[in-house]
Design a protein around this ligand. Structure first.
Ligand SMILES: [Zn+2]
Length: 275
């Protein structure tokens, strides 16, 4: 404080950086009433050195954030019996990820779900039956499955997640009325930008498909949400993808409840299951 008084109040000769250093150490001068009317400070503010520097620094921080190359890895249908291995791989690469999990799987493998929460992964809901006929049966059925899944997850981990992904994605069976209903209960519906199609084969082809799409999205400044599954072959080849992400300076992040959830829009494509 004394240093700040000295610098700002009596003999301001420093550069903008000096001010920033002083402010970082001691807080902004307008927190100190006796300094508010200091003629020297007024002069400094008039010259805009202090205020402009702070705004400039803030702009730079926002810019840095915007310039970050971010991807969101998501894994559906788990936790599988291989989920511990999946976490080992992610941990090894210090990657973040979000898991959309089924209630029966959570009950079958509770320890690994606890590990996810403890390690700082995001946990989300994928319903109970994973049966399109049952899940999309009525306006209330997706809500009821997610509420049950939410309870199961909360009982085991203490986390009441509102992040949801519906089986097979929200289009075409998640009618607008179904969406409104489930969102009115605070659930946040997530689809994806990149479908890895990892379930289509047991090969590593999905990795290269994903890498190509990440490159495309990155070129237009998008931060893609990538759909994968918690399954053996995906886990086996995941290191190739994580390695590539690291080498190319991508950052992986969790989906957060504070984010605007991204879901597909119906745009006349939605219809009830079976019709
Ligand atoms: Zn699924």
């Amino acid at each position: 404080m004394i240093i700040l008084l000295f610098i700002v109040g009596f003999s301001f000769r420093g550069t903008e950086d000096d001010v920033i250093v002083a402010v970082q150490k001691h807080g902004p001068p307008n927190e100190i009433p006796m300094l508010k009317n200091s003629p020297e400070l007024k002069q400094t503010m008039k010259g805009s050195t202090y205020a402009d520097s702070i705004i400039q620094k803030e702009k730079e921080l926002i810019q840095q954030e915007e310039n970050q190359k971010i991807v969101y890895l998501t894994f559906d249908d788990g936790p599988s019996s291989d989920a511990n291995q999946l976490l080992d791989v992610l941990d090894h690469y210090r990657a973040k990820a979000t898991f959309f999990m089924l209630a029966p799987q959570i009950k079958a493998h509770p320890e690994v779900v606890k590990r996810m929460v403890k390690t700082g992964y995001a946990v989300g809901l994928h319903g109970v039956t994973h049966d399109a006929h049952q899940f999309y049966h009525s306006k209330k059925s997706p809500l009821h499955e997610m509420q049950e899944d939410q309870k199961v997850l909360e009982k085991i981990t203490g986390v009441k997640s509102t992040l949801i992904r519906t089986p097979y994605g929200s289009v075409p069976y998640m009618l607008d009325s179904y969406r409104k209903e489930i969102e009115s209960y605070g659930f946040q519906l997530w689809d994806w930008d990149i479908d890895s199609d990892d379930w289509k084969s047991n090969s590593k082809a999905f990795v290269y498909r994903v890498i190509n799409e990440i490159k495309l999205m990155e070129s237009v400044g998008k931060h893609p949400v990538i759909l994968m599954h918690d399954r053996g072959p995906t886990i086996k080849y995941l290191p190739i993808l994580l390695n590539w992400l690291n080498k190319n300076h991508f950052v992986t992040k969790n989906l957060e409840e504070s984010m605007d959830a991204y879901s597909f829009k119906c745009n006349d494509r939605c219809h009830p299951f079976g019709s």
